[in-house]
Design a protein around this ligand. Structure first.
Ligand SMILES: [Zn+2]
Length: 418
């Protein structure tokens, strides 16, 4: 494993001993004081080569054990990571790009990018001898925690707002999680989860809370680099809710550059819905020399997985994105729905609305000439279209109704051909 040398506060830069604090800098508190895991990059650079990871022969994110804070011996045997990176040269040509790659993380065990974080968080929980995992979430994080805890045979305690739809709760219950439907809204569920983790010693996997999240999530960047034969794209686009996934992806690319494994980091762009753009607004404030925090604002979008008004990992997200030379872009719900359909039709990848947002962001950045002709771009698909069938239905249109006669099929096909 990578042997962290310190956990550092992203705001005051104070360094703590590895594992000294679980979640945040006590001086700065939650959100402002999220921690980042630091390694001895000089020592790692001397030890690692571009082939080091393949030599593990592990087809999961544990091939990157050398740059992870916990060892493979603590891993749960449920494969997260090493998802495919698809090339789409025809679509790239249509868009005027010289390359377009699609990193399909809908193929993780519970269908989302969140499994990368959970894989490392649960390994850390075992390393720290914590008895259970907890989180406040209604969506992909909760499914992921429930699934990994089932595989590990440890309890999962999940806090959801009482109004959470039955189908979402059903998956959690099926995995055997204890689900608390908290009277009130999401913030009540979050607060109760925090109190419970302190009271009962559970390890908190909520997004933007544990520094382990970014460690798991950074492996997507290592994979893109490795799958491109040790090269990185010019741009990488990913959707943003809490800011956790993009923080991890940026950290991965920045580490690769620091380790001398890639020449530079790609410009990473975060894509948010116009109605839920707290992180994009915080980035704009930072660029104007104003404060990143507070970053709370109302949130409304049909892309449920990125509908976040109180982003927990905003400080890390905006500072890391800035370090890559990237930025943020917002897109309308209409553009997001269009992207669900276009990605499915033109690329063969069925993404939930939040996960299709990067494609909508790409179209916008091309139109605005932020991304120029001939660029090489990767977009990260963070969740399966099967997660949100409502979104898919809005993008899909209607089937062709026919009587059970071959003549009717023939007539439609020949009308189509005209
Ligand atoms: Zn601090």
């Amino acid at each position: 494993m990578g042997e962290p040398v310190a956990f550092r506060c992203v705001s005051c830069k104070r360094e703590y001993g590895p594992w000294e604090h679980d979640y945040y800098c006590p001086r700065c508190g939650p959100v402002k004081g999220t921690l980042e895991v630091l390694y001895d990059y000089g020592a790692l650079a001397r030890k690692l080569s571009p082939l080091s990871f393949a030599q593990t022969r592990r087809f999961s994110l544990w091939r990157y054990e050398e740059v992870l804070p916990v060892g493979f011996e603590y891993a749960v045997d449920l494969r997260a990571g090493w998802t495919p990176l698809y090339a789409r040269p025809e679509l790239a040509a249509e868009l005027g790009l010289s390359a377009l790659w699609i990193k399909d993380d809908s193929l993780n065990p519970t269908g989302s990018y969140k499994d990368r974080a959970t894989a490392v968080v649960i390994a850390a929980a075992r390393y720290l001898s914590r008895s259970a995992l907890t989180c406040a979430s209604t969506g992909n994080t909760a499914s992921s925690v429930a699934g990994f805890c089932a595989a590990a045979g440890i309890p999962a305690y999940i806090f959801v707002p009482e109004a959470t739809p039955r189908p979402k709760v059903a998956q959690l219950l099926a995995f055997g999680a204890t689900v608390f439907a908290v009277e009130g809204d999401y913030s009540h569920a979050q607060r109760l989860c925090e109190e419970a983790r302190e009271r009962f010693g559970w390890y908190d996997r909520s997004d933007g809370v544990s520094p382990m999240n970014a460690e798991g999530k950074k492996t997507g960047a290592y994979e893109i680099w490795e799958q491109l034969g040790g090269k990185v794209p010019d741009y990488v686009l990913v959707s943003v809710g809490d800011g956790s996934v993009i923080s991890g992806i940026c950290k991965g690319f920045l580490e690769l550059a620091e380790l001398g494994l890639s020449e530079s980091a790609p410009k990473v762009y975060g894509v948010q819905a116009e109605g839920a753009a707290a992180v994009a607004h915080a980035f704009a404030r930072m660029k104007r020399g104003e404060g990143i925090l507070p970053a709370e604002e109302p949130a409304e979008t049909l892309a449920d997985s990125i509908c976040v008004g109180n982003p927990k990992d905003v400080v890390k997200a905006v500072t890391y994105v800035d370090r890559t030379g990237g930025g943020f872009v917002t897109v309308s719900d209409e553009e997001i729905i269009g992207a669900v359909g276009e990605l499915a039709r033109k690329a063969g990848v069925f993404a939930e609305p939040a996960a299709a947002a990067p494609y909508a962001g790409l179209l916008r950045l091309l139109r605005d000439e932020v991304i120029g002709e001939g660029a090489k771009v990767a977009i990260v698909i963070t969740g399966s279209g099967l997660k949100n069938p409502e979104g898919a239905l809005r993008a899909a249109g209607e089937p062709l109704r026919v009587p059970p006669e071959i003549g009717a099929v023939e007539r439609i096909l020949s009308a189509d051909a005209l």
